[in-house]
Write a protein that binds this ligand. Structure first.
Ligand SMILES: Cc1ncc(COP(=O)(O)O)c(C=O)c1O
Length: 420
């Protein structure tokens, strides 16, 4: 398919990046490999269309087929998450969260969310993000002893600050979330609830984790992490909030939706409704738990002692390696990971004390426990031999042999015939 691109400068980089994605292993918890069908939908003439508004209510002509696609995506999301109302148009996770704030809050209102360095997200009120500049965010933390959320502590803060909105759902938290507990606290203090399931949506859709959608007022999710769709987001809410949410997305925050992405979202949601997706979601968690166990056996400290989902945060202080050093060494060995703060980190986010790993992408390639053990071995070797260029190059060679044996799905089917 990329053979159509004749611009050699751009083509070279696309081809090289495509090759990198085969040869290296993606352990970044927020990434995945979309199916060939999702990838193909993104490169269709739908990209040409303008469709400001909603199905049946557009500000441009020629949208009857786009309406059908958007309705299909909405119906599939409703079915998958048991949602009363779905807005499929948010361009990404951060603008989806901002749209929710615009819908439910006034500037200056108090919101309760998890601290960024304890596993929260920038768009949950960090001062460098627009959310933190417009609203009065107060943060809860994970328990320093257990690395887990302490619902009594969260209740205590909620009663003190009486937030208008409570956010649960995180970027770097590996344990099941007590959604009902959050909802109880919100009811006690009269707050709205927002579940940001960006990371775990695929595991929830695959029936492996508890679904907060029937409980919470609003749920946001990116579509490109465990859900394995195109880059973008979805907002789901109870019918009583539908109008406010829709108005906040358009015209409040965005202009025209990206219709090619809407089609790709519809396809990804359809894939997530297939029985095989349940198996995938299950294996993602089996793999994460197995990888965590193997790393623990090698002496690594996993925050909270393990994982219930697709990710884990590794505290590298005992190894006396910073997250940045580890990320760089692992990249040289062909393992893509992201540095991460650990709860209460004394180091800055650019060079924190930990790493975050996830298994959603490698599981899409068909990796199972055997490959997880191999990854744990390479991980340990790369960190131990981080000063040896030849040792890291040797690991990279072994990684790419496995990568070529189990490539991401789209490469087999779409790029296999290309020249590079
Ligand atoms: C919990 C959470 N919310 C929102 C986002 C933001 O998504 P995006 O990068 O699409 O803006 C992320 C992305 O990492 C996330 O982890």
């Amino acid at each position: 398919m990329i053979n159509i691109i004749k611009d050699q400068e751009v083509l070279r980089f696309i081809a090289e990046e495509s090759k990198r994605q085969i040869d290296e292993l993606e352990l970044i918890a927020s990434e995945n490999y979309v199916s060939p069908a999702v990838l193909a939908a993104l490169a269709t003439p739908l990209v040409n269309k303008y469709s400001e508004g909603y199905p049946g209510h557009r500000y441009y002509g020629g949208n009857h087929l786009i309406d059908e696609i958007e309705n299909l995506a909405i119906e599939r999301a409703k079915q998958l998450f048991q949602a009363e109302h779905v807005n499929i148009q948010p361009l990404s996770g951060s603008p989806a969260n901002l749209a929710v704030y615009l819908a439910l809050l006034q500037p200056g209102d108090t919101v309760l969310s998890l601290r960024l360095d304890h596993g929260g997200h920038l768009s949950h009120g960090h001062p460098v993000n627009i959310s933190g500049r417009l609203f009065n965010f107060v943060h809860y933390e994970v328990d320093p002893q257990t690395g887990c959320l302490n619902m009594d502590q969260i209740r205590k803060i909620a009663k003190e600050v009486r937030p208008k909105l409570i956010i649960a759902g995180f970027s770097a938290y590996s344990r099941e979330i007590d959604w009902a507990g959050f909802q109880d606290i919100a009811s006690e203090v009269g707050a709205f609830t927002l579940a940001d399931i960006s990371h775990t949506a695929g595991l929830i859709a695959g029936g492996q984790l508890i679904n907060p959608t029937p409980l919470f007022d609003v749920v946001t999710t990116t579509t490109h992490k465990t859900l394995r769709g195109p880059r973008g987001a979805i907002i789901m809410c109870q019918e009583k909030l539908a109008k406010k949410i829709d108005q906040a997305v358009f015209p409040g925050l965005q202009g025209g939706p990206h219709d090619n992405v809407t089609a790709a979202k519809a396809i990804a949601l359809g894939e997530a409704l297939e029985p095989s997706f349940k198996k995938y979601a299950h294996q993602v968690i089996v793999n994460a738990q197995f990888l965590a166990k193997k790393l623990q056996e090698k002496g690594y400290t996993i925050v909270s002692g393990g994982t219930d989902n697709h990710l884990m945060v590794i505290d590298l202080r005992p190894q006396q390696i910073t997250g940045r050093e580890a990320e760089i060494a692992l990249e040289k060995a062909g393992l893509s990971v992201s540095r991460s703060t650990i709860p209460g980190d004394s180091r800055p986010p650019f060079n924190p004390s930990g790493l975050r790993l996830g298994t959603a992408a490698v599981t899409t390639r068909g990796f199972k426990e055997q490959e997880m053990e191999q990854i744990a071995n390479w991980f340990d070797q790369a960190l131990n031999k981080r000063d040896s260029k030849p040792a890291l190059a040797e690991i990279k060679q072994q990684v790419s042999t496995l990568g070529r044996r189990l490539p991401p799905p789209q490469y087999n089917q779409i790029y296999a015939t290309t020249a590079y």
